[in-house]
Design a binder for this molecule. Sequence first.
Ligand SMILES: [Ca+2]
Ligand SMILES: [Ca+2]
Length: 65
Amino acid sequence: MTTAFDLMDTNRDQSIDAGEHATGLALAWRLADRDGDGALSLTEFREDFLIVTALRRGVGSATGR
Ligand SMILES: [Ca+2]
Ligand SMILES: [Ca+2]
């Protein structure tokens, strides 16, 4: 299972440095802002929250939490 951690850990050293974290956040923003208007509508925000929650649950199941 690919987790949010795996997606952000681009050099596969099993840690997320500041650059990887910033890149991951920028990608998350681009994915959340579906219409590309530079802002999150309430609908986009809610959909993003659901995606983030699903990813976190994936991380939790992968680590046994
Ligand atoms: Ca890394
Ligand atoms: Ca938007």
